[in-house]
Design a protein around this ligand. Structure first.
Ligand code: PEP
Ligand code: MG
Length: 588
């Protein structure tokens, strides 16, 4: 078989070689999975459960619509409920599972396809339009069936595998933790999609945005994932395998070289000290955070705590989780970010209508301000945990002072409630905000007067400033952290923060790229927060340069017109200043 190279978007560094495991979620392309005779009742039960779950979902949507819009509108979903009661369809699926001994999702997808086709060929317009109802409800059922079987599939992975999927939901990536998954690759996704972020936090190489990897790779194909270059090599020749094996060893040697600085501060050669903290998605990552010598958590993405479950976490559960993280990281600080739902992170326990443009829609602080019940529960839990360590609180997606004040007012209400109930909390817990919306960056001078600290979220700031979807593979090449507009915004936010004597950090992926981190150092950033795996490399870089050199570089690149020039000039300068900080395959 010939070697085939696929090019995608680099998402998480490293190299992995192994067998492919295809997780195909494109709703209608469900791979057949043979089952044994004794599994037949299990598959039928799974199918029936998926029907029940779908019915509950639709009924709760109906309830919401009827309360918020009208009963008339809610009736639209009656047609969907009818499909769930259609005994002909249900019987056919059950009969075929018994006869063909194939998985429920496979049989259902086949039956559904046939029905949709039948309906769409009918002359009567009314009935023809029913095919789209059928399609809709079918996808929903399939989703419920597939999600379950996916979790199931990860559990059963006994060999090390490379997961290939059309897309991975946040709950997929969370459930990959501690499983035998050595890398993953997806058809869709951009450089700072949650998939890429999770790959980094899982410490596995990943490539996203491959467009049709799920169609070109088959189960058990031997493949190589090159996470730095964004390549997948299918059926590599013996020569390619040897090259990559050597490269893997070289990366390991280069990485080990950084270990000796774990307990040293991030201080430049001329005495400028900054802090390097870790981004945390799951408490399970705490040992890694410690291993790499982070001096705290600069961003605790709490939304992952809400995933992979059918209900919302209670105040007590959240309290226990935040307390645990606070205690484990103490005396270092933990910056807990309040729920940043939306964009590419959805929670199955909340039936939220999808916006046409989710990143511009009802997300993060907007959602929390509209749902104070959910917001307050989280705030209470964070406040209660604040006496068990060094906690800070941070709001995501603030677009201006109005939202900041509203969030603070709710926080104040919660504090009053706790005071009345005589429940202790840290009265002095710092409350900061993320700067990830251009309007916030442009008004940072005003916001700095009303907040304890800034944390720049470049993953979003870049997408909103450059109008480039952060999860799209089509526009990934336009997603430029070094774009002059971004550097100028960052500089003005840092300067505005410092003018009001507040600390300014950055917790987007940008802080873990050595060249960009050098520029950020020169722009006088105080805190760098990143996936734990990147910490030592960035610390090595900081300890190898002088602040003066970094400032000169920052000054120089601020005058350039294009992101590409910034990258080129920055790389050339870092190569002069500290050639040893590059690992194999770092962006050239
Ligand atoms: C960001 O936007 O830069 C950020 C750190 O938040 P998230 O990636 O979770 O949106
Ligand atoms: Mg963000």
């Amino acid at each position: 078989m010939n070697e085939i190279v696929l090019k995608g978007v680099p998402a998480a560094p490293g190299i992995a070689c192994g067998e492919a495991f295809i997780l195909d979620k494109q709703e209608f392309i469900v791979p057949p999975r043979a089952i044994m005779e004794q599994e037949v009742p299990i598959e039928i039960a799974r199918f029936e459960e998926a029907l029940n779950k779908t019915r509950e979902e639709i009924q709760s949507i109906q309830k919401k619509i009827s309360a918020e819009i009208s009963e008339q509108h809610a009736k639209i979903f009656d047609a969907h409920l009818l499909v769930l009661e259609d005994s002909v369809l249900i019987e056919e699926v059950i009969k075929r599972i018994k006869k063909e001994k194939l998985s429920a999702e496979y049989i259902f997808s086949k039956v559904l396809k046939r029905y949709v086709k039948l309906f769409s060929n009918i002359e009567d317009q009314y009935l023809r339009e029913r095919s789209s109802d059928l399609n809709d409800i079918g996808r929903r059922i399939l989703k419920n069936l597939m999600e379950e079987s996916r979790l199931h599939e990860f559990e059963n992975l006994t060999e090390e595998m490379i997961v290939i999927a059309h897309d991975l939901s946040p709950s997929d990536t969370v459930s990959m933790y501690n499983k035998n998954i050595i890398a993953f690759a997806t058809d869709i996704g951009g450089p700072t999609s949650h998939t890429a972020i999770m790959a980094k936090s899982l410490g596995v190489p990943a490539v996203v945005g491959l467009k049709d990897a799920t169609l070109r790779i088959s189960n058990q194909d031997y493949i190589i994932v090159d996470g730095r270059m964004g390549l997948i090599i299918i059926h590599p020749t013996e020569e390619t395998r040897t090259i990559y094996r050597n490269e893997q060893n070289r990366i390991k040697v280069l990485k080990d070289r950084f270990d000796d600085i774990k307990d040293f501060p991030a201080e430049t050669m001329d005495g400028k000290r900054v802090s390097i903290l870790a981004n945390l998605e799951l408490p399970e990552e705490i040992p890694i955070v410690k291993k790499y010598g982070a001096v705290g958590i600069g961003l605790y993405r709490t939304e992952y705590f809400y995933m992979n479950r059918v209900d919302l976490p209670s105040e007590e559960e959240q309290f226990q989780a935040y307390k645990h993280v606070a205690q484990m990281i103490s005396p270092f600080p933990v910056t807990v970010r309040t729920l940043d739902l939306g964009g590419d992170k959805f929670i199955s326990s909340l039936q939220i209508p999808r916006d046409m443009y989710p990143f511009l829609g009802w997300r993060a602080i907007r959602f929390c301000l509209a749902r104070p019940d959910i917001f307050k529960t989280q705030l209470r839990a964070i406040l209660r945990a604040s006496i068990h360590g060094n906690l800070k609180l941070m709001y995501p997606m603030i677009s201006g002072a109005g939202e900041l004040r509203k969030a603070n007012a709710i926080l104040e209400e919660v504090k009053n409630e706790l005071r009345e109930e005589k429940i202790p909390f840290d009265e002095n817990m710092p409350v900061g905000m993320m700067i990830e919306v251009p309007s916030a960056a442009l008004t940072a001078d005003l916001l700095a007067k009303e907040t304890a600290f800034f944390s720049i979220g470049t993953n979003d700031l870049i997408q909103y400033t450059l109008a480039v979807d952060r999860v799209s593979e089509q526009t990934a090449h336009l997603y430029e952290p070094g774009h002059p507009a971004i550097l100028r915004l960052i500089k003005s936010v840092i300067d505005a923060g410092h003018k009001e004597n507040i600390s300014v950090g950055l917790c987007g992926e940008m802080s873990s790229e050595p060249v960009l981190a050098l520029i950020l150092l020169g722009l006088n950033l105080d805190e760098f927060s990143m996936s734990p795996q990147s910490i030592l490399q960035i610390k090595k870089m900081i300890r190898s340069v002088s602040f003066k050199d970094a400032q000169e570089l920052a000054h120089k690149v601020l005058g350039l017109s294009m992101g590409q020039e910034v990258q080129e000039i920055g790389t050339a300068r870092l190569r002069e200043l500290a050639p040893h900080v590059f690992t194999a395959g770092d962006k050239k």
